[in-house]
Design a protein around this ligand. Structure first.
Ligand SMILES: Nc1nc2c(ncn2[C@@H]2O[C@H](COP(=O)(O)OP(=O)(O)OP(=O)(O)O)[C@@H](O)[C@H]2O)c(=O)[nH]1
Length: 384
């Protein structure tokens, strides 16, 4: 288990292994493009060096094959930059990337093997040095994906190394043993690098997810998923300022569960919590995107409605009141009904003042027998 895993719930932790794979592939596309050119340039140098040593048609045939494969790889990179695959889409590019990489590496490995078999010992040494250089290049370019670096290095180096090992010449055998050691060391270093990089990426994802969760927790009421009191006031004030600047109406609806203590006493606190979530569900079902719905504390809720007149807010409040009174929650086969009393106000642009008006109206609704909506006006209080 990762040390940061305990701060994340299961749904907050996406499939990090796949994300690592996708990001490593993205890194490969970014860092390995120069290898397409370098491979062709080095191949030209090889041909020039071996021009007097190896048959020309063999050299040119090999160079042609290598250029063709490099062209396919170049096209792959161009397509990748044009399409810019997002998120996990990039995983579909892994196969063509790996196939073209292994094809290029094999052309190198088998081509030099052929040249070696036609060359004098001095040229064999030169050819082998080219191979060592190419496999070191593969290490630096493809280390982001372990199997790619191993595949590329072994395809380049192994054919000639094996040929050297069994050709019976002492210098070639020594070279092949040195090359095998070289490959082992590079593979081990490649494994360590790739694992460290994967661990770093995972750490970044965990920190990202933990920060996102902390941000959510800071403004969300854990029980109902609505905004908490602080967020309601913070976001509410910004919304109120916007309405004031644009001379738009702003209303607040304050909701309080009726006789909630009795529900807790009769069914227990857990059922009481479920009833609060049920009430919050009714609010969520009626909110517009621009509305702010919050739990102010205990069994008291509020909705801040921009662009909404008192009459429109009354309509919404009455529907909400009716839904709470007619759509009970089922607990172990028994219907649990919790009515609500609601106070509505549309008076100015101060959240504190709006809430105090709505609270006054709510108090009147309770006093008048609960399960009703009362609107506050600056003239008088009007009951629906
Ligand atoms: N289950 C549960 N109960 C809560 C929570 N917060 C507050 N309460 C309870 O809500 C009840 C509120 O009781 P009162 O303030 O007397 O109000 P009421 O019983 O709804 O009566 P009226 O508001 O006058 O209709 C108390 O028993 C609190 O313990 C909560 O998060 N979960």
């Amino acid at each position: 288990m990762h040390p940061l895993e305990h701060v994340l719930s299961d749904d907050a932790a996406p499939d990090f292994a796949l994300r690592v794979q996708a990001d490593q592939l993205r890194l490969l596309f970014r860092q390995s493009f120069p290898a397409v050119y370098i491979s062709v340039v080095v191949a030209l140098v090889v041909c020039q060096t071996l021009w007097t040593e190896v048959r020309h048609e063999l050299l040119l045939g090999w160079l042609f094959l290598l250029c063709l494969c490099s062209l396919v790889r170049y096209t792959l990179f161009r397509l990748y930059w044009q399409r810019k695959p997002q998120g996990m889409q990039i995983l579909a590019w892994e196969k063509p990337y790996a196939l073209t990489l292994f094809a290029t590496s094999l052309i190198w490995g088998l081509g030099i093997l052929w040249f070696v078999s036609e060359s004098t010992p001095l040229y064999r040494l030169v050819e082998f040095l080219f191979l060592l250089g190419m496999s070191a290049g593969a290490f630096s370019h493809y280390s982001a994906r372990r199997y790619m670096v191993m595949g590329a290095m072994t395809s380049v180096l192994l054919p000639t190394t094996i040929w050297f090992l069994f050709c019976g010449q002492s210098m070639e055998v020594s070279l092949s043993i040195a090359a095998l050691l070289f490959v082992c060391v590079l593979i081990q270093a490649g494994n360590a690098m790739s694992a460290a990089q994967a661990e770093n990426l995972k750490l970044t994802y965990y920190l990202e997810a933990a920060r996102h969760k902390a941000e959510q927790m800071a403004h969300t009421d854990e029980l109902t998923g609505l905004e908490n009191r602080r967020a309601f006031f913070d976001q509410g004030q910004a919304l109120a300022s916007y309405c004031e600047r644009n001379r738009r109406p702003l209303s607040v609806v304050m909701i309080d569960a009726d006789n909630f203590k009795q529900i807790n006493d009769r069914f227990g606190h857990a059922v009481g919590d479920a009833v609060l979530r049920h009430l919050a569900g009714h609010m969520k079902a009626r909110r517009r995107k621009s509305d702010i719905c919050g739990r102010l504390g205990g069994e008291e809720f509020a909705m801040l409605l921009p662009d909404t007149s008192l009459g429109e807010a009354m309509l919404l409040a009455e529907r909400l009141c009716q839904a709470c009174a007619t759509l009970p929650m089922s607990v172990e086969g028994e219907a649990v009904l919790s009515t609500v009393s609601i106070g509505v106000a549309s008076e100015g642009y101060s959240i504190e003042y709006l809430l105090s008006c709505a609270d006054e109206a709510l108090y009147q609704a309770k006093a008048a027998g609960r399960n009703r909506v009362v609107a506050w006006t600056n003239r008088d209080i009007i009951a629906s």
